[in-house]
Design a protein around this ligand. Structure first.
Ligand code: GN1
Ligand code: MG
Length: 339
């Protein structure tokens, strides 16, 4: 907390700081709720093991927020005019939105529809931005071929007991490799590069506590060039089943078909006009792609000994990978006629 207090000095905050407490459930950064006698803020320390180029994160956020849209929570500038301040680590300060929440699971259709409208509005807004002005903050972040290479090196150098335990998951990883080939085909067909959020899991959107209505999109770390299938797909991955990523009971994972329909309709209601046919026709494939890539990433991290994602119990990455593969099978059998 001392570090947070020190880093806060880069900003002109309102009021005297009363309390600083850990907040939220992100897998990567450290987040704190800061309370002063006048206001509440969120203060976040960027994980520099994961984000090795904070200057790129800063550049992207600056380019995005130029448009001054209420799609995003208010980000505060430091006294030096940057969004990211240096203390011990790299920090950023935003408003804390008291009457909103970030849903960890989709508990009703209204939440899904509202979140999807929000990300649809983001897609429309981002259509007015030049993707060349944005940089990938993590190289090849959603590149499945590169993720499969990382898996291969974990297969060669991973922890032996974990390699044994994960045999079943490894064979599932092999059986879905066609997803990567299909994406290459779509790219060759002219899938356009857009400015994307690239981390559109449900809890990166804030909904009103009162009526679930969409409020804001949060977590701009991975903003950058991408395909709309990534953004639609990650929201689909995190909303079709009622379960959390680390659900222990696999039987609880299920696909709610009405949620998939609601998700697609709500998304298109905001941005259909600017999407190309190849994008609209393959939104469901985006769900498969993102579920597969997350299965691969969790599996790789499990085999490597949990070096990337925060974990709270020994086999958490195994459980996360297992759940993503289960979800992948279910999504595949549900949407295969549409993708
Ligand atoms: C990470 O930071 P957080 O929790 O929003 C990850 C995403 C994954 C997600 C899975 C930089 O997101 O790519 O989809 O976990 N972010 C990074 O829950 O790796
Ligand atoms: Mg994040």
């Amino acid at each position: 907390m001392k570090e947070a207090l020190k880093a806060l000095q880069s900003y002109n905050i309102q009021g005297a700081v009363g309390k600083i407490a850990p907040f939220g459930s992100g897998h990567i950064n450290d987040t704190f709720l800061v309370e002063t006698d006048r206001k509440q803020y969120l203060f976040q320390r960027l994980n520099q093991h994961v984000f090795q180029h904070p200057d790129k994160v800063e550049g992207n956020v600056k380019s995005l927020l130029k448009g001054n849209s209420d799609l995003f929570v208010k980000h505060y500038l430091t006294q030096c005019g940057n969004y990211h301040g240096n203390g011990q680590g790299v920090w950023r300060l935003t408003d804390f939105v008291d009457d909103a929440y970030a849903p960890l699971t989709a508990d009703n259709l209204s939440e899904v529809v509202e979140a999807s409208k929000g990300f649809g509005r983001f897609t429309l807004y981002a259509n007015g931005l030049d993707a060349n002005q944005f940089e990938e903050t993590i190289s090849q972040f959603h590149d499945l071929n590169s993720r499969l290479k990382q898996l291969n090196s974990a297969l060669e150098n991973g922890i032996p007991e974990r390699l044994n335990k994960a045999e079943g998951l490894i064979s599932q990883a092999n059986s879905f490799k066609w997803i990567s080939t299909k994406m290459e085909t779509l790219i060759a067909k002219g899938l356009p590069v857009r400015v994307c959020h690239n981390d559109t899991k449900l809890d990166n959107c804030l909904l009103s506590k009162a009526d679930y209505s969409f409020k804001h999109i949060i977590d701009l770390d991975t903003l950058g060039p991408g395909y709309v299938l990534f953004d639609f797909g990650d929201l689909m991955r995190t909303t079709v089943s009622p379960t959390k990523e680390n659900e222990l009971d696999q039987e609880k994972i299920q696909i709610r078909k009405s949620f998939i329909e609601g998700l697609k309709d709500a998304f298109l209601s905001e941005c259909e006009a600017i999407l190309k046919e190849v994008e609209k026709e393959n939104l469901m494939f985006g769900g498969l792609y993102m579920t597969y890539i997350m299965a691969i990433r969790f599996l790789t991290d499990y085999l490597n000994g949990d070096v990337y994602y925060k974990t709270s119990f020994e086999s958490e990455n195994f459980i996360r990978a297992r759940n993503q593969f289960r979800l992948l099978q279910l999504i595949h059998s549900t949407v295969s006629d549409q993708s």
